[in-house]
Design a protein around this ligand. Structure first.
Ligand code: PEP
Length: 251
């Protein structure tokens, strides 16, 4: 089964109208037509999503948010619902990023609830899972990521993940410059695919599992060569269009 590689930029809380316009202008010629052999998405802070939807309207580049509310609508000051993301033409949403789990107290249950709302509203979820350094050193990596993934599968089944993606992001590798080795990452991706296969073997083969954690053009070829690594979720190296494109060209 061949899965088309998928490379996703996560700008986190960075950007400005001017910087984003420059990024789009640099990237657009490369992202149009058949120059890249992967699907590409850019996930930006909510306030800039309309700018990106407009900027990429004539390209195949997908636009994603980095979070959505666990509620449909109502008295939730400061929140943005999945329906609102769909309303402005947003294609995707990153859910369960470790920064959301650790800094904003999101639990497996909240993440699963958000995945359900996103998919119900036609916004494809990229579900992040990953272990902390402490969990890795305690030999709990597979247990932790399997638990995080099962929480979503139990709530919504596998189809939202076939439409979106799973991202394995070891917490200790995010923004630290320390990537998991390609072999270690492959072992976790293989285990995650086995968890997906418990639900539906055929669908598990169609689900893209991305690696995230200090991906750069230098380590991307080795990661992308692994049989169960289907692309990358890229933080720091996505802030400059040239660096992100260099990673996309490795896929
Ligand atoms: C991320 O934020 O999802 C990420 C993987 O960050 P970085 O590439 O900077 O490690």
């Amino acid at each position: 089964m061949t899965r088309k590689p998928f490379v996703v930029a996560n700008w986190k809380m960075n950007g400005s109208l001017k910087a984003n316009a420059d990024w789009i202008e640099t990237a657009l010629p490369q992202m149009s037509g058949t120059r890249l052999h992967c699907d590409v998405a850019v996930c930006a802070p909510s306030v800039y999503l309309s700018q990106l939807v407009k900027g990429f309207e004539h390209s195949a580049t997908l636009v994603g948010a980095q979070n959505c509310a666990q509620y449909t609508q109502g008295a939730y000051t400061g929140e943005v619902s999945a329906g609102m993301l769909a309303d402005i033409g947003c294609d995707l949403v990153i859910l369960g990023h470790s920064e959301r789990r650790t800094l904003f107290g999101e639990t497996d249950e909240t993440v699963a609830e958000k995945v359900k709302l996103a998919f119900d509203n036609g916004v494809m979820p990229i579900v992040c899972v990953g272990e902390t350094l402490q969990e890795r050193e305690a030999g709990q990596t597979i247990e932790v990521v399997s638990r995080q993934l099962r929480a979503v599968l139990n709530k919504v089944g596998i189809m939202p993940l076939v439409a979106g993606a799973v991202a394995y992001e070891p917490v200790w590798a995010i923004g630290t410059g320390k990537s998991a080795s390609a072999e270690d990452a492959q072992a976790v991706h293989q285990a995650l695919r086995a968890v997906l296969a418990e639900v539906d073997e055929e669908a598990s083969k169609r689900t893209r599992i991305l690696y995230g954690g200090s991906v750069k053009a230098k380590n991307a070829p080795e990661l992308f060569a692994q049989p169960d690594i289907d692309g990358a979720l890229v933080g720091g190296a996505s802030l400059k269009a040239e660096d992100f494109l260099a990673i996309c060209h490795c896929a």
